[in-house]
Design a protein around this ligand. Structure first.
Ligand code: IMP
Length: 197
């Protein structure tokens, strides 16, 4: 779904650090509605399968939890963790597996659940890893797609919203482990430092 942007004021909210402000890009109501639509579409595509949701920690947790509740039918979860941006808003380009899955995905219908597709390097790495493990089906579900930043030739099978090239937080997405608990997807803005004299 392409995003129609309503301009909302940038706000310094409780929980924001000095110099950081957030502006709502996608409201919780729009997220809820879109997650419901995506779940319906996925269930239509795999009406009888047990859907094995593989969440990429930690950003996908809220999205996966909401998606799972909308999917209906049999669903199982597993999680893995790969290296993240840390305190930076730019990818280092290097992907490392920090925590692997607990159970085998062989012969399962696997949905990789990602919060955001940015350069695509993480997803490329994961798809290569998972394809070797012989799942029955392997599909990718992402909430947000920052397509302008793509480096790797990957795409999601189910995309919530395509968004502009801004750093976003909330609904599971963080900056330095903060802001994950914001219910809306927000753009994080930094105050400009005054120029040195
Ligand atoms: P990629 O490998 O560049 O596609 O980035 C994947 C990961 O980078 C995502 O799963 C996020 O954890 C993180 N990331 C990318 N863009 C953002 C953002 O705008 N806000 C927060 N995290 C982001």
């Amino acid at each position: 779904m392409a995003l129609k942007r309503k301009r909302s004021a940038s706000k310094s909210r409780p929980g924001n650090r000095p110099g950081e402000s957030t502006r709502v890009l996608i409201s919780r109501a729009r997220v809820r509605q879109r997650v419901r639509q995506m779940a319906r579409q996925i269930r239509r595509d795999f009406p009888d399968d047990t859907l094995h949701l593989v969440g990429v920690l930690k950003g996908s947790v809220l999205f996966l939890a909401d998606l799972a509740r909308e999917l209906g039918g049999e669903v199982s979860f597993d999680f893995l963790s790969v290296s993240s941006y840390g305190k930076s808003t730019h990818s280092s380009g290097e992907v490392k597996l920090i925590k692997d899955l607990d159970v085998s995905i062989e012969s399962r219908t696997v949905l990789v659940v990602e919060d955001i597709l940015d350069t695509g390097l993480t997803l490329k790495y994961l798809l290569r890893l998972f394809e070797e493990r012989k799942p029955k089906h392997l599909r990718v579900v992402v909430l947000l797609d920052k397509f302008e930043r793509r480096i790797a030739d990957v795409h999601a099978d189910y995309t919530g919203f395509t968004i502009p090239n801004e750093f976003v937080v909330g609904y599971g997405l963080d900056f330095d482990e903060r802001y994950r608990n914001l219910p809306d997807v927000c753009i994080l803005q930094f105050a400009q430092r005054p120029a040195k004299k």
